[in-house]
Design a protein around this ligand. Structure first.
Ligand code: SAH
Length: 216
């Protein structure tokens, strides 16, 4: 049977390359992980558009270019132990899981986390561990992490996350209070010295304090 997503997927991969994604491992992973499995059925026809798409509970799955750019900027390797804050649909988590040793992902909304967990199981992703928690606190019991990716914007990078970053670690996070002025920052730690660099403008939903167990 022919794959209805083959053509749009190939078009997306061409676009990502034209837009500067040159990490072959990242491109191969985007080619392999079925984005349609992470979005509501009504959006299947747009699963490979280079746009953010709505998921449940007023949240969004990021634009593929942003997923690719952030993943590339994290400089993952097969030995990395990685924390993602903001599981959402689970799409970014699925991408990260293919490029690292173990992915820990935390989400504050029970309903979204349940759905993401079902997707990880259905796709046979065995190196993903999830937790319902407030990502402002990170996951101290599992720290330190070689890499941390935050996929919702806070006023600034939460201190516990910087503390939970291993030496030689890399953290990527959107920061800024208003959606218009958000910046993506890369934080590094070398011999205990924390460095910071601006990677450009982005738009993410806000990082919200506390957990929400009301979801489906
Ligand atoms: N990485 C996601 C994108 C998620 S959108 C994906 O690939 O689909 C941001 C997510 O962060 C939302 O699901 C939102 O509920 C979650 N979030 C917001 N504040 C949070 C917090 N304090 N702790 C954990 N998750 C949070």
């Amino acid at each position: 049977m022919s794959d209805p997503f083959a053509e749009p997927r190939a078009r997306l991969l061409d676009k990502l390359q034209r837009d500067g994604i040159d990490d072959k491992a990242v491109l191969d992973t985007i080619a392999r992980v079925p984005r349609e499995a992470f979005v509501p059925e009504t959006f299947h026809k747009h699963a490979y558009d280079d746009t953010a798409l709505p998921i449940d509970e007023n949240q969004t799955v990021s634009q593929p270019l942003v997923v690719a750019m952030m993943t590339q900027a994290l400089s993952l390797n097969r030995r990395s132990k990685v924390l993602e804050v903001g599981t959402g649909s689970g799409y970014q988590a699925a991408i990260l899981s293919q490029l690292c040793r173990r992915l820990y992902t935390v989400e504050r909304r029970r309903g979204l986390l349940n759905q993401a967990e079902q997707r990880f199981t259905a796709l046979g992703l065995t190196n993903v561990t999830t937790l319902l928690t407030d990502g402002y606190e990170g996951w101290p019991q599992q720290a330190p992490f070689d890499r941390i990716m935050v996929t919702a914007a806070a006023h600034d990078v939460p201190d516990p996350l910087i503390e939970q970053l291993a030496d030689s670690g890399v953290l990527i996070a959107p920061v800024g209070d208003r959606i218009e002025g958000q910046r993506l920052v890369r934080v590094t730690k070398e011999n205990g010295v924390v460095g910071r660099e601006d990677l450009g403008g982005v738009r993410f939903v806000p990082l919200v304090e506390g957990i929400d167990t009301s979801g489906i």
